[in-house]
Design a protein around this ligand. Structure first.
Ligand SMILES: Cc1cc2nc3c(=O)[nH]c(=O)nc-3n(C[C@H](O)[C@H](O)[C@H](O)COP(=O)(O)OP(=O)(O)OC[C@H]3O[C@@H](n4cnc5c(N)ncnc54)[C@H](O)[C@@H]3O)c2cc1C
Length: 354
């Protein structure tokens, strides 16, 4: 039984700030699976029902409407929510389909949009709005867009790309000016952990689980954006807010619930589309002390590798998915690769796996 507060059947959220907003991905292509497939798979969908309490001892969940559902094994996959900004409670946020529909209408019809936050969602929405001819101002507190994950060089490059497309990008913003009528707040997301916390499950910037999504309570699991999980390869707990990790860690947790035992050990990967650029990142956003570029920086395709103490901890490619896919395998295999090899476009990273 799959219980969800949203009225729509499960859909792919990443399109909401990209193709759906642009009009290239219609509503019916958002869904994860055709409706009939849930029945064929033996999954009962319970939509539009909010769970308000997990009664772990009684092994039931309480629904907002007053009903209860008994469970034998439970998975808490409550995802994340857009971080709210004080004073902007009535602004637009982008997490769910109805919000994307509102934003879409607004971009189509409005003369101007203010976006607070130049993270991935802010940058993607700005790109779509410009492609639709809508004037956009973006207000970012840090010195560059996407600084924390990508670093100053790529941040600067992306700032230039947005400005070249006509975005009025303001960085180092300490106080916000008077806004246009329409404001999108895109200042990150937060794990939805309240249910888990109230039920007494360990929460530390995410529901704390092991590499199979197990909580300390027998039969209770958690998966996806809401979790901070142990990663055996990285030897640390990480929280990831990206689609592929939610999906693939989710597979592992589902199998663990069914009694199968393999851990989740993939290196996280995500993508972002802005204008004609496809950015792909592999890694867990860990700190680095050195970057190495393969290709001509600023002229796609190129990739920036991030190393810490000589160890590869991440890579970000612009229109360079082959390199990112290969370096991901190198990271997963913990294969040694030198700085000159990383830098040399002629060196096939797959040969580091041999
Ligand atoms: C606009 C946007 C663009 C994105 N773009 C990208 C991208 O380009 N690349 C990428 O890798 N990732 C992207 N992401 C992130 C990606 O969508 C998430 O990582 C993914 O959706 C996480 O899946 P999840 O199932 O863990 O959580 P969610 O997708 O957040 O789903 C959680 C579900 O739980 C429900 N729920 C929460 N609490 C309750 C409750 N108490 N009772 C009942 N139901 C409840 C919620 O309503 C929601 O439907 C994007 C996200 C957004 C919002």
């Amino acid at each position: 039984m799959l219980v969800g507060a949203e009225h729509d059947a499960p859909y792919e959220r990443p399109h909401l700030s990209k193709g759906f907003l642009l009009g290239t991905v219609p509503r019916d292509r958002l869904r994860l699976r055709p409706p009939d497939q849930y029945r064929e798979l033996g999954v009962e969908l319970v939509l539009g029902e909010r769970v308000v309490e997990l009664r772990l001892e009684d092994r039931v969940v309480m629904l907002e409407g007053g009903g209860t559902i008994a469970w034998d094994r439970l998975c808490v996959a409550t995802g994340s929510d857009a971080r709210r900004l004080d004073g902007f409670e009535h602004a637009l946020y982008l997490r769910e389909l109805p919000e994307a529909e509102t934003l879409q209408g607004l971009i189509e019809s409005s003369a101007g949009l203010d976006v607070i936050g130049a993270g991935f969602i802010g940058c993607e929405v700005a790109a779509v709005a410009r492609q639709k001819g809508c004037a956009v101002r973006v207000h970012e507190a840090l010195q560059q867009p996407l600084l924390r994950v990508l670093g100053p060089e790529l941040g600067d490059y992306l700032a230039g790309v947005h400005r070249a497309h006509g975005v009025d990008l303001r960085v180092n913003v300490k106080s916000l000016p008077n806004m246009a009528e329409h404001v999108l707040v895109a200042v990150g997301s937060e794990p939805r952990t309240i249910l888990a916390q109230e039920a007494g499950l360990p929460v530390d910037g995410g529901i704390v689980v092991d590499e199979r999504g197990r909580t300390p309570v027998e039969g209770v699991f958690a998966a996806g954006d809401a979790t901070r999980f142990w990663h055996p390869l990285l030897q640390t707990r990480i929280r990831v807010e990206h689609f592929q990790t939610a999906q693939r860690q989710g597979f592992v947790v589902g199998r663990a619930m069914a009694g199968m035992a393999e851990p989740y050990r993939e290196v996280p990967w995500f993508w972002s589309d802005q204008y004609d650029l496809n950015l792909q990142y592999v890694g867990a956003g860990l700190t680095w002390d050195e970057t190495i570029t393969r290709g001509d920086f600023g002229k796609p395709p190129f990739t920036v590798f991030y190393r810490q103490g000589g160890r590869l901890v991440g890579a970000a490619g612009i229109n360079d998915h082959h390199t990112v896919a290969r370096v991901r395998r190198v990271m997963e295999a913990r294969a040694p690769v030198t700085a000159p090899q990383l830098e040399d476009p002629g060196f096939d990273l797959r040969s580091a796996l041999a």
